[in-house]
Ligand binder design. Structure first.
Ligand SMILES: NC(=O)c1ccc[n+]([C@@H]2O[C@H](COP(=O)([O-])OP(=O)(O)OC[C@H]3O[C@@H](n4cnc5c(N)ncnc54)[C@H](OP(=O)(O)O)[C@@H]3O)[C@@H](O)[C@H]2O)c1
Length: 330
């Protein structure tokens, strides 16, 4: 029998954590036993894994004894506190938060793009930001073919990107109930909120800067110019992005379609005259990232415009983390 692993999910009751449990089971990851960790609020809860009920345990410093791989998705402050404790206990941490992504010694990995980076890990591997993963799944194959120079991206990010409570908040507002305080700064139903995460330098948001910093690190392309505008939209799940990218080598739409059709984890859906293009309702729950509306503009020689949609809870978070774990155990 092939080797099986003791795995933990930290933040198991959250939007990403629940998806991780589903992906581990669905991809038949070789789990010997699964430890589910969350806050004291979840004490007494059970979650299903492979038809079995597993009790949720309260996260603490002793939680990692004997755990070989831990998938963290409980926010950056929990990762900062507990990932080093886990790594010292011999656990390999795959962290979904932004806590370690920008540390030079921590690999930031999208397996289809830079799985080689995993080899250099010191016990912690970072999973990139969801919008960055979805954009790079389409951009990286084009970059390999024609060397990307600049990217202007606008995102249309689903509420589930802000966690399980944000999904409930949208449902409540759509049903006409009061906005739930403390999640979004304005009503989200029938609205758009052009601020995700805190405002940082030059009035960009941290979410927008994550797309810049992380794209450069994952592509090993420190000179890549990136300008992002990140917008929360009243969609349940799957992030959409409008991307305008320039390349050193010219690309035509047929060549872009050919490159992307051959890229693992990417599907091209591009026949706009027949109303064929990706949309969040069709992409929600799917593993692949979908690209459509592929154009080259006569106004911007060397530029390609496209629309990319990916389920940020799957490829943008849980699936990417489990794929990193698969690369580790392979
Ligand atoms: N949502 C996305 O699409 C997405 C995508 C990529 C990355 N991420 C990142 O993944 C992380 C989790 O996001 P999420 O959307 O899943 O959030 P969420 O739905 O709010 O879930 C948060 C999870 O963290 C747990 N938690 C909170 N405080 C804790 C504590 N003191 N000790 C132990 N566990 C604690 C919660 O447990 P309780 O239920 O017990 O409170 C819950 O399981 C964040 O870092 C986020 O940035 C999210």
């Amino acid at each position: 029998m092939s080797r099986q692993f003791r795995v933990a999910v930290v933040g198991a009751t959250g939007a990403v954590g629940l998806e991780m449990i589903d992906v581990l089971a669905g991809r038949e990851f070789p789990v010997r036993d699964l430890t589910l960790l969350a806050s004291a609020r979840s004490k007494g809860k059970d979650l299903a894994f492979r038809g079995e009920k597993i009790p949720v345990e309260v996260l603490g410093p002793g939680s990692f004894k004997g755990i070989e791989i831990a998938l963290f998705s409980a926010g950056a402050s929990i990762s900062k506190e507990y990932a080093p404790i886990a790594a010292r206990a011999g656990t390999i941490v795959i962290d979904n938060s932004s806590a370690f992504r920008y540390e030079p010694e921590v690999p930031l990995v999208v397996p289809e793009i830079n799985s080689d980076a995993i080899d250099g890990h010191n016990g912690i591997i970072a999973n990139p930001n969801c919008s960055t993963i979805i954009m790079l799944m389409a951009l990286a194959p084009l970059h390999r073919a024609a060397r990307a120079q600049s990217v202007v991206v606008s995102t249309y990010q689903a509420v589930s990107g802000a966690g399980a409570r944000a999904m409930a908040a949208l449902e409540a507002e759509v049903m006409g109930r009061e906005p739930v305080a403390g999640i979004f700064p304005h009503p989200i139903a029938f609205n758009l909120i052009p601020r995700i995460d805190i405002i940082v330098d030059d009035d960009y948001t941290k979410e927008e800067m994550k797309m810049t910093w992380e794209s450069r690190k994952i592509l090993s392309h420190p000179d890549l110019k990136v300008s992002a505008t990140c917008v929360r939209v009243p969609v349940r799940r799957a992030h959409s992005e409008s991307v305008h990218a320039t390349f050193a080598e010219p690309l035509t739409p047929p060549r872009v379609r050919e490159i992307l059709a051959a890229a693992p984890g990417v599907q091209v859906l591009d026949d706009p005259r027949k109303d064929v293009y990706p949309m969040p309702l069709m992409v929600a729950g799917q593993d692949d990232v979908f690209v459509g509306r592929i154009r080259t503009s006569p106004s911007f020689p060397g530029a390609v415009d496209f629309w990319v949609v990916g389920d940020q809870l799957r490829k943008g978070a849980a699936l990417n983390a489990v794929q990193i774990a698969e690369s580790l155990v392979r």
